[in-house]
Design a protein around this ligand. Structure first.
Ligand code: FAD
Length: 463
């Protein structure tokens, strides 16, 4: 911290992908940074439950900030994933037209992609659609290829950015829900459930809670509507049926339902799109399930001969405008990062770059410190890279990587031990699942749950 004792240069509120990316970027300068997260873990909000696609931004609204930042984030995160080992699978996507109206919309979508700076889309006929995805149901008329779309591990992305931020010197406080702010002439005191924190600048990356925090700064400019997206997850045996991401032609009702491989070797169908009022309603619903089964069955009937092994839901922080809402208020030394609805996993690092640019324009020195620590090398929990149980040399050097705890997902005792010893250790079973995949398999922890719970307790349980 510089200046008076206990005054941070920047307080970032929210430990999702966006807040962690911002904290990481700013911690790479001489600024002192603290990151406040209401929950027991980072990455436990919207960033943990999405469709986990690395978007090219081909379908964004041209000319928007979102369009620019998704395209930039695609590059930044793609490079960062290579440096840190965040699992990525560049499957590509195929947008499928099922009606004449949808087929007629394809040239406009290609044109839109080009206006977004993405020039690799091609319109293909029905034969090519079925050649690429033979398991598709009958009736596909044509398609638009989007070769750059891919799968990425959203959990590892959030953890990598958070770990990097901490290694660069950011101070992370979990279980610190911001309840109010007192803005002074030079500093702002942020009141949290873990005590007061004082800083010069406050950055609001609170996702679903961003409008409430914005109101603490005297603004009433937007309302977050939690827009629930539910998804079905299929057993790994289905993975060969879905070689790439099968997208719907977007309509005024949204992006539609997709069928996609997951980075963990499953297949998913979803998401729904339903505006709610309850910002905590991350449960799945019978209506959502029925909707996805009927939609998904039409897209790929044979998929539904196999088993759905899990369902989940996430809440998009939708706002009443068709773009991100990022704004710097110099008089209160406050930055709002709001409305990061359905593309923030991809754009997070570019949002951080954009926010850093706004702060530099406001006079902060954002020169990168020389000799920053190397980015963290994250454990691979993706299915397309080598996992510890497959690595004979690693097992020979450390037998714990040969001791399977979770048989469905092939998670070893060595990986669980490493998670507890990591820079940001898990605070609960869900946190351990996000770091290792333990209990995420088809038995959903029936076999390994008790053993995993005992390991959690033995490692201090909650921190
Ligand atoms: C169904 C669905 C599918 C999606 N698919 C994709 C996709 O394929 N690709 C893509 O790029 N994006 C996708 N997204 C969007 C992406 O998940 C989000 O844009 C991104 O996760 C937003 O990150 P965030 O950091 O803004 O929010 P969050 O992850 O929600 O983080 C905000 C954090 O702030 C904390 N917080 C809130 N209030 C306070 C407070 N008062 N004090 C302290 N902390 C607070 C919360 O606990 C939370 O951890 C999808 C979203 C959904 C819901």
């Amino acid at each position: 911290m510089s200046g008076p004792a206990n005054v941070y240069d920047v307080i970032v509120v929210g430990g999702g992908i966006v807040g962690c990316a911002i904290a990481r970027a700013l911690a790479g300068t001489d600024l002192s940074v603290t990151l406040l997260e209401a929950r027991a873990d980072i990455g436990d909000g919207t960033s943990k439950a999405n469709t986990a696609l690395l978007h090219t931004g081909f379908d964004a609204t041209p000319g928007t900030l979102e369009s620019r930042l998704v395209a930039r984030g695609y590059e930044l995160l793609g490079d960062y994933a290579e440096q840190t080992g965040i699992p990525v699978e560049r499957t590509g996507a195929l947008l499928v037209a099922w009606t004449d109206e949808e087929r007629d919309a394809l040239p406009k979508l290609k044109d839109k992609a080009e206006r977004n700076g993405y020039h690799a889309c091609e319109i293909v006929g029905a034969d090519e659609v079925y050649r690429r995805v033979p398991a598709l149901g009958p009736g596909a008329l044509a398609g638009l290829t989007v070769p750059g779309e891919g799968l990425i591990c959203t959990w590892t992305t959030n953890l990598a950015l958070g770990t990097d931020a901490v290694q660069r010197g950011a101070h992370l406080r979990r279980r610190a829900r911001v309840t109010g702010v007192s803005v002074g002439d030079d500093v702002t005191t942020v009141h949290t459930t873990a005590g007061d924190v004082t800083g010069r600048w406050v950055i609001n990356a609170a996702g679903l809670g961003a409008d409430h925090l914005d109101a603490q700064f005297g603004y009433h400019r937007f309302t977050v509507t939690p827009r629930r997206g539910e998804l079905l997850v299929f057993d790994k045996l289905t993975r060969p049926m879905v070689p790439l991401i099968v997208l719907a032609v977007p309509s005024s009702r949204g992006k539609g339902v997709l069928v996609s491989p997951t980075i963990y070797g499953n297949v998913m169908v979803g998401p729904t799109s339903e505006n709610l009022e309850d910002r905590t309603a991350t449960g799945t619903s019978e209506d959502g399930f029925d909707f996805l089964v009927s939609k998904g069955r039409a897209l790929m009937p044979s998929l539904f001969d196999d088993e759905i092994t899990a369902t989940y839901a996430g809440l998009r922080a939708a706002i009443d405008r068709d773009d991100y809402l990022i704004d710097l208020d110099p008089s209160q030394r406050y930055v709002l990062v709001g409305g990061i609805r359905s593309t923030g996993l991809t754009s997070g690092m570019a949002i951080a770059e954009h926010v850093a640019g706004l702060l530099a324009d406001a006079g902060l020195d954002l020169t990168e410190r020389p000799e920053l620590p190397a980015p963290p090398r994250m454990p691979n929990i993706g299915e397309n890279g080598m996992r510890p149980y497959q690595d004979a040399d690693r097992i020979a050097a450390d037998a714990e990587y040969g001791r399977i705890v979770c048989f469905c997902e092939r998670v070893t005792a060595g990986e669980i031990r490493d998670a507890f010893g990591s820079v940001i250790p898990p605070a609960d079973l869900d946190g351990l699942r996000r770091r290792t995949r333990v209990m995420n398999g088809r038995c959903q922890g029936f076999y390994c749950g008790a053993n995993t719970h005992a390991l959690l307790q033995a490692n201090g349980g909650v921190r």
